[in-house]
Every structure is written in C-alpha cells, then in structure tokens.
Design a protein around this ligand. Sequence first.
Ligand SMILES: CC(C)(COP(=O)(O)OP(=O)(O)OC[C@H]1O[C@@H](n2cnc3c(N)ncnc32)[C@H](O)[C@@H]1OP(=O)(O)O)[C@@H](O)C(=O)NCCC(=O)NCCS
Length: 421
Amino acid sequence: MQSPYRYDVLALDTADDDPIWAAYVNIFRTVFLDGRATPEGVGTFRKHRREDGAVLGMVTTEGPGLDGRQPVAGFNVTPTTINQGRGLRPALIVNTIGVLPSHRRRGLLKEMMRRQLDAAREQGMAVAVLTASEATIYGRFGFAPATRGQQLRIDTRRFAYRDGVEVADGAIEFVEPSFLADHWERITTAHQERHRGAVGHTHAHFLVDTGAWDSDEAGPSKNLRAVVHFDADGVPDGFAVFRFKGWDEAPQATVFKVCAPDAPVERALWRALAEMDLIETLTYDLSSPSDHLPLSLADERALKVTGISDWVWLRIFDLPAAVDGRAFDGDGEIVLRVVDRMGYVDGTWRLTASGGLGSAEATDAEPEVTLGVDTLALLWHNDHTAAQAAEAGVLDGSDEAVRRLGRMLRWDESAENLATF
Ligand SMILES: CC(C)(COP(=O)(O)OP(=O)(O)OC[C@H]1O[C@@H](n2cnc3c(N)ncnc32)[C@H](O)[C@@H]1OP(=O)(O)O)[C@@H](O)C(=O)NCCC(=O)NCCS
C-alpha cells in the first residue's frame, strides 16, 4: 500500500466518545447505501464488537476533505467456531468489508484481507467464512460457497405432517423475545454442535434474536415475536423468532430463525407457527437444501422452495489443521495439487482418511488431482462432489482419482447453518 495509506486496527478499548467509531461504522453505511449511523447505532456496533472480541481492521489516510488521518476502508472480523464434524474448532468470520468509493481499486481490500488472514492463521485458525454481497469478489481470495441457503414459502392451510412423523411433546408458548436471553446461548450452541457446517453465533445475533436490536428500527425491535418449546422438565430446548407481515397480501408471517438441536422439536415449533389463526403464509430464508421439513409434510406442495442461494463462503488457509478439524466418512488416500494464489495452502499434499480422521502432509509425490483452493472449499461441506467440479472444468484428474477424492470427501450428514454474517 502506498503512503499515505496505512493499515491499522481500531482498538476495542478506544474511548466511547472518540469520533473514529462513527467514522468507522459510516464506511459500511456508505458502501452499503444506508443512511448515516445514529449515535445509538454506533453504540450498538461498539458493544457487540467488544462482546465478540472482534478485530476492527482499517486503512487510514489523510488528504483534502479529511479531518486529519481518517479511516477510509474497514474490514472487521470475529473469532468464532465451526463444526466440520470433529467438534467446534476455531474459525474466522469476515463480517463486513467496505472501501469508500474514493479509494476503491487501489488494493485496500487485498491488503486488509492479507493482514486479517495472516493474523488468524497465527492464532491457530484454519478456515474463514463470509457471506458475499457480490459473487465475483471473493474467489480470487480463495473463498467459495460451501453452504447454501434455501428460501421457503409455506401455505399454512395445507400444513400437516405425514402419519408417523415424530413431533416433540412438551409445551409451546408464545413469549416476548427477551425471554430467550437466558436460554439463547445454550440452544444455539446445541444446534451448532449437532450440525456439520454450522458456524457460531455472534453477539449481534443475540441482540437481534432477543429483540434488543433491530437495524431497520435503529433500536429495540417493536415487532419481533418469539415462540419457545419446553422439554418435559419445562426447560426451553428450541425457539423460533418471527414477525407478522401484515394484511397487504394474504396474511403472512416472516420467520427469521427456527433453532433446536432436535428435528422433532423443530417440527413442534413449525406446527405452532403454522397453526396461528389468520396466518395463511409463512416465509423463511434460513432453510438449507437438506432441510428435513419438506419431506415430513403430508402435502409436499404445501411448501414451495422459492430460491436457493450461496450462503457461507469458506476459505481454507491451513490445510493440515483444516483436515484435522473435518470428519471423513470415507477412507482413502490421494495426492492433491492445491493452487492458492495467496500462497497459504499452495503446494502438493498427501491427503489420507481412515476411521473418520484425516491428515494432510506436504509431499513431492506426483499429484493425482489438481484444483484451486476455492474449488476445495466448494467440496469441503459437500456442496458439490469432486466429479461435479471435474465436469465443470475446475478440477483435473483421472476419472478414478476424481471418484476416489469424491468418496473421501463425502459426508454422510448434510451441512446446515443458522448463523448469518
Ligand atoms: C468490494 C470492495 C470491498 C473492493 O475493495 P477495493 O479496495 O476496491 O479492492 P482491491 O483494489 O483490493 O481489489 C482486489 C481485487 O479484487 C477485484 N475486485 C474488487 N472489487 C471487485 C468487485 N466488486 N467485483 C469483482 N472484482 C473486484 C479487483 O479488481 C482486484 O483484482 P486483482 O487482484 O485481479 O487485481 C469495495 O469496492 C467496496 O467496498 N464495495 C462496496 C461494498 C462491498 O461490496 N463490500 C463487500 C462486502 S461482502
């Protein structure tokens, strides 16, 4: 980066009244075409970033129109965990990135990405995740979609489960979202521990799910509703949050999250939502292509998949550690040439999987399969198979080697994730 640009980190203990907080938040408000942040909005950002131990990377500069040295680009990340089948392992969430239009295409994103990934790797993380505003930005940095989101539209008048499908007993109650505060951490963690592909929730999710913050209202939510399922001992073991969408079309509710570690509890929550009088339609954006709900319905046309989109993008930057943190349901051995233009995992690796465990070691052996690190990310949560990637022309190898890699990476469980960032 050329002078006078400078990479810096906005320290989390920077005084609350320092105007740099507003300058930092307003970079994101500007590039995402929002209004300027209110003092309350800046305060909420500060609070949740502190709670998460975020790293607020930025590029500062000086010049005409700037009051001294000011941030003009921001890249904030959160340490979290991810479930890839071998317990919750450390991972990095890339939360929000913004470069003011007056400083774009001068390498500021590239510099901030390199600095943040270097720091995460030094701290022992192996992978990073993000959600992308545009699909064309992050492939060059080694990211690819690893987990999809699916959007649903449910006709409540046709909602019923097939005979014999288990729905959890226990009480259901409609509560204030703030009721969730004492149970949210336990339930969201239990869900994450249950599902491969699930990323840890952050404090911002806590604020939103408990109604403490609504970005549209720039303050506490007036409209969020919650429904809770209680187990036989009266302990909450699942929740859903939603809001009524009004009477304009057929009366609707938008469901934001249905979170329970067990499918029968999730079904009890969905039934409670669907059985609300007057509501004819439920919409939901956090489903996944492997969602069990459609299969469990008696009338499969009661539910329409209205879209499928890329959701969690994954970047592997320490291959041996990433392999150690990933479950392998198929055994085998293969030599991979991984191409990584950022260098982190560039090289030839012997990947071995046996008895559920994998290992990756650098090797001089002749590669059997060649693929980019972004293609590897595409295969990591089983979003695609190696054969599909080969068919698409983004992975090279003999048919036998490609099939062997596919069998080694195949998961018996599908990936699911409820955290958005
Ligand atoms: C997208 C954004 C962060 C890029 O920042 P930047 O500092 O201009 O990016 P850089 O100059 O470091 O570019 C790095 C590389 O990415 C490419 N790139 C940058 N923005 C791109 C885009 N929107 N689409 C495709 N490629 C892009 C550059 O051409 C460059 O490619 P190269 O490595 O082949 O030279 C910035 O334009 C921005 O803030 N946009 C609006 C908000 C946004 O989309 N943020 C991303 C949140 S998911």
